[in-house]
Design a protein around this ligand. Structure first.
Ligand code: GAR
Length: 216
């Protein structure tokens, strides 16, 4: 089965790189990344895509008067590539309800916290401030609730003495690079779907935190 994937980024694109690597190693279950779109011209991920021979585009949010017109332009650019799956990989814009509804069931995000804890920004600092013993990342279906859609897979790391937001970000990112290609693969293989507002894998409704990732 072939699955056309469009990836949206705003930054360095290390998650994008993990998806590119997985695709090149035939680990995306027939998924292929057909375009990478950034809202920032300086996003390092654009060069990663170009190096891999993937089409790129930049739609700068500052060029638009409001969220609706930005999202409409973004949607037009995405849809030119006729995606089966749209992946947010460090895409740091809040999307309108209309945009989310248009891609409902084929729009994934990765968030650097153990959702439902800490939606929004500064997740690692918030985990530290709360005295948590664990941090992590969650891949989820995007719904109209910010970082609130059904979880697909979640990876944890222990918080140890001496950790700060930067060390946690590095450790969590390396987990992100393992779980995002896996979730994309499940989707491309037709095993993962959003059904009646629940994430299902092989027809089974996933638990609240998604599949617990047990890799190293
Ligand atoms: C990742 O940690 C991702 O989880 C986070 O941005 C980083 C992007 O890194 N996303 C969010 O915070 C979304 N709210 P990358 O550009 O190296 O993939």
């Amino acid at each position: 089965m072939s699955c056309r994937i469009v990836v949206l980024i705003s930054g360095s694109g290390s998650n994008l790189q993990s998806l590119i690597d997985a695709s090149q190693q035939q680990q995306l279950g027939g998924g292929s990344i057909v375009a990478v779109i950034s809202n920032k011209a300086e996003a390092g991920g654009l060069q990663r895509a170009q190096r891999a021979g993937i089409a790129t585009a930049c739609i700068k949010h500052q060029d638009f008067d409001d969220r609706d017109s930005f999202d409409a332009a973004l949607r037009e650019e995405i849809d030119r590539h006729q995606p089966d799956l749209v992946i947010l990989a460090g895409f740091m814009r809040i999307l309108t309800s209309g945009f989310v509804r248009h891609y409902l069931g084929r729009l994934l995000n990765i968030h650097p916290s153990l959702l439902p804890k800490y939606p929004g920004l500064h997740t690692h600092q918030r985990a530290l401030d709360a005295g948590d013993s664990e941090a992590g990342a969650t891949v989820h279906f995007v719904t109209e609730e910010l970082d609130g859609g059904p979880a697909i897979i979640q990876a944890k790391i222990p918080i140890i003495a001496g950790d700060d937001a930067a060390t946690l970000a590095t450790k969590v990112l390396s987990k992100e690079h393992q779980i995002y290609p896996l979730a994309a693969r499940w989707f491309a293989e037709g095993r993962l779907s959003l059904t009646a507002s629940k994430a299902t894998l092989d027809g089974q409704v996933l638990p609240q935190h998604g599949v617990p990732f047990d890799g190293n």
